[in-house]
Design a binder for this molecule. Structure first.
Ligand code: 8YV
Length: 328
């Protein structure tokens, strides 16, 4: 039976299973990840797809964009767009939708969960109790978070949500961006190094990609210092993970809380043996409420672009190329 539903190429399974079903109900979906030979499939069928759905984690490599000559729109599940091949998408004039705003609170909550865990040794204390350590002696004292200096690298939507939470802990907030945020009530530090020197806790909320790769290096970690803690809820690529592991091992920083890693799902091996780091498997947006909201925005972006040529929320470099920038 002929279908009037638009054809959509789905790069892979979505982080919310219901979304797979909802896409299949609304569109004529083909899962690229389920093709026996994806490259051959693209070569033979690529001309049939104007629309593609992917996620921040799966991204979209240039060779797939180049194999889809009629591609017009990509709807990505996630706020990060560093894994979407910008050059090929821009070169082809493909518009890109994403899901900003709806995950800010959960990611900021996770930043504080990791900060408190790293400072107080909560996960370590859980292991201590489970292995019977409490009957052998006391768990050692740790570091207070309240009232300390919170440094935010990347004062965007998520960084601002982290800053709002700091008020509840009577923390003094400083931040570093490429340029100061107009009207921000928080202290602006002119460099990441200056921010690391100033902060007791350095939280990374900066976008991933080439511009921020390894900006948190051994020098920045040494500036954070032996009483300092690092929290990363942004992208693993922002941190030189080998340098971080070495700093944790040698006590050049006090501890860390990490939700993202350079080579997911394989954190640097030396991180796995350190008790002064808490490791989470990239779950900051992983709540029922937030993943549902992200899924809804993926669907709305696709639906609205098909209907009007304009998504609800567009990746900044995609929106900037439009006659009337529609970025969110
Ligand atoms: C992803 C993330 O949404 O939104 C992002 O950029 O890093 C995550 O919240 C999740 O990993 C699915 O790709």
């Amino acid at each position: 039976m002929a279908t009037s539903r638009p054809r959509v190429l789905q790069f892979g399974k979505m982080p919310l299973p219901q979304l797979d079903a909802e896409l299949a109900q609304a569109y004529e979906v083909t899962l690229l990840s389920e093709q026996a030979d994806p490259r051959r499939f693209l070569a033979e069928q690529g001309t049939q797809f104007e629309y593609l759905v992917t996620s921040a984690a799966m991204g979209l490599p240039a060779h797939v964009v180049e194999a889809l000559p009629n591609l017009r729109f990509v709807s990505s599940f996630g706020v990060g767009f560093d894994a979407l091949d910008r050059d090929s998408l821009l070169h082809r004039g493909v518009r890109v939708g994403y899901t900003p705003g709806v995950l800010d609170d959960c990611v900021a909550d996770m930043a504080f969960a990791l900060l408190l865990d790293a400072a107080r040794g909560l996960s370590e204390s859980d292991r201590f109790v489970r292995r019977g350590g409490w009957s052998q002696g006391r768990f050692g004292i740790r570091t207070r978070a309240s009232g300390k200096r919170l440094g935010i690298f990347g004062m965007g939507r998520i960084g601002s949500a982290v800053a709002r939470r700091a008020a509840g802990f009577d923390m003094d907030v400083g931040y570093h961006n490429r340029s100061p945020v107009e009207g921000s009530p928080h202290r602006y530090l002119p460099s990441l190094l200056a921010l690391a020197r100033w902060a007791d806790f350095l939280v990374i909320t900066a976008a991933g990609g080439d511009a921020t790769r390894h900006l948190v290096d051994a020098q920045v970690l040494d500036a954070l210092g032996p009483q300092g803690f690092l929290v990363n809820v942004a992208r693993g690529s922002v941190v030189d993970e080998a340098a971080l592991a070495a700093a944790l091992q040698s006590g050049r920083i006090a501890g860390a809380g990490l939700d993202v890693f350079e080579d997911e799902p394989r954190p640097h091996a030396e991180l796995l043996t350190q008790d002064n780091v808490v490791l989470a498997p990239h779950i900051a947006s992983g709540t029922h409420e937030t993943r549902r909201a992200m899924a809804d925005l993926v669907l709305r972006n696709l639906e609205q672009f098909i209907a009007t040529g304009q998504p609800v929320a567009e990746v900044p470099w995609s929106a900037a190329r439009q006659p009337v920038a529609a970025g969110v």
